[in-house]
Write a protein that binds this ligand. Sequence first.
Ligand code: SF4
Length: 714
Amino acid sequence: TSATPVATAVTATHCPYCALQCGMGLTAGTGGGVEVVERAAFPVNKGALCGKGRTAPALLSSRVRLTEPLVRSHATGKLAPATWEEALDRIAAELSRARAEHGADSCGVFGGGGLTNEKAYALGKFARVALGTSQIDYNGRFCMSSAAAAGQRAFGLDRGLPFPLEDIPRTGCVILVGSNLAETMPPALRYLTELRENGGTLIVVDPRRTRTAEQADLHLAPRPGTDLALALGLLHLVVAGGRTDDAFIEERTTGWEEARAAAMAHWPELVERITGVPVPQLRETVRMFCDAKAAMVLTARGPEQQSKGTDTVGAWINLCLATGRAGRPLSGYGCLTGQGNGQGGREHGQKADQLPGYRKLTDPAARAHVAEVWGVDPDTLPGPGRSAYELLDALGGDIRTLLLMGSNPVVSAPRAAHVEERLRSLDFLAVADVVLSETAELADVVLPVTQWAEETGTVTNLEGRVLLRRRAVSAPDGVRSDLEVLHGLAARLGHGKKFPTDPREVFEELRRASAGGAADYSGISYERLTEGEGEGVFWPCPRGDVEAGGEAAGGEEAVHPGTPRLFLDRFATEDGRARFVPVVHRPAAEEPDAEYPVLLTTGRVLAQYQSGAQTRRVDELNSAAPGPFVEVHPRLAARLGIAEGEAVAVVSRRGRAVAPARVTSSIRPDTVFMPFHWAGEGRANSLTHPALDPVSRMPEFKVCAVRLEPAEPM
Ligand code: SF4
């Protein structure tokens, strides 16, 4: 197939991959198909793209994309082409059968942080209205849920960054914790470069000396799983050195005494023993952070993907609050969300405990509001369901069927071999995807769906900036949008009228559903999102006069400018004060021992994205990063007799993965690193631990115990 542009001019749209949501233009290529052109006026990336964004059109016309539904034959056991009617009939029949035989909660739904706001909204509504199931969650649970939980706990609201990226170069000091921006979202690196050019300082906390850490004024390399102790040690030094902002603590926070006492139990020497970070580096960090006129702490997956992720992020937030580095211009705590719509995807109802607008599913007023918009009785809405890993773990048990959109848990879930086995044990699995991912290969029905540039929809980037990703090319024959899929299934289940297929219509409904909620989109419209350079609108953006029923009172629409900066006057808690939460260090769920003596941490590489379902199918990216590897420190390699490039087996209590060794002194001697984008024998998530954070239910992707063994040459 060859993608055909829908307009002769350039269509302004956005990259399909990460949460930066870089602006790009798509136009007709000289040799046919479509071509990416620079969109320099879009403020976030100013035209810059990484290789993933630049090559994104390749997947539009790829010969490996799906263009017809596949249904598993009862006779042969193989997937075979079918019509859309056959495929949708089969899914609806299986969902109905499961509901009749085992109850509504036997139907599971699993979404993704790459789905547009409209799709995430429609999927949550589909689960709760058309299926009546509580069993819905999404892969964003694996991404930033600990930061979201910690932000809610401290500030009463979670928005990845409570300030625009453009504030970063103007602050005085940034502590970047567990983020390798140089590989995950390279165009964002310029904000840190500009910070340093302006005289600011950059401190990077990462067990690896990454390309990002190489840019830092100071690199702290703690043992994986000890960032909580590190943050407490810094707070201890802040208190001991008299560097707290007592007026801020008094006027704008609660709970300081308990948090202070918890930090004071973490002496610098103890913290050095736990983390491996020398005391002088701790002191230097405090000096740089406190001497700056304004300062920020930014976290990503490193501190978040731990079984104590919420408390770890909470410890960094406490550091910000104690020094008055929150709720003030050019200062604050922020999370660098990872997935393309990781932010919007967690706001509109595909999360197990949430309704649209960041409303709580357990709040009677929230249920009543959303039920009115949906035209259903609030008492019919199910309650909260299981979190992502718990849901996957229950497959084949009391969850008998699963509808999955925009996710590939066979590669991306922790303890992946077990998750794969659970998926195989289902009575029925339906997957909607662009390609035959490793998860789709296990399905009974696979639905081929449209992708980013073939459909219009909104996404919300890591700054809380709502953007319109516009349709730029026509979709190949045979594919349908996820919204059409949900409509088709809902119609077969007797709810078709409640599930429009036009994204604009869905967004108009989402506006009403979110009105009055924390993530209020009611003042945002498709028209506003196309204004100017399409730079978007930051939520909350209330329209005040929009009621659940619909139209603005008096006909005139009140225009709210959006909210680029949060918390400057008050935090979003009931009393307007930020809450210190006392936290203490504790070990990871699995620490090294005689049998498994080495720590494993996992992460990403520049040319691949998430489970690799898309990027592994783009030739240029595949050539740049063709497979997994294991980073091993030269001392560990020498002790184990491992040579550069040699196949090494990494073994944990959950499985085994084989990949070539990369011997490098950029990793700690007690730790090995594997990227997680690949399936098969190099699947890093065969090894990872599913221990969950008690608050966020985030699995511990970043720390587990392994041993290394020689492997057969690859
Ligand atoms: Fe796409 Fe992220 Fe790369 Fe930008 S940084 S081009 S959004 S993958």
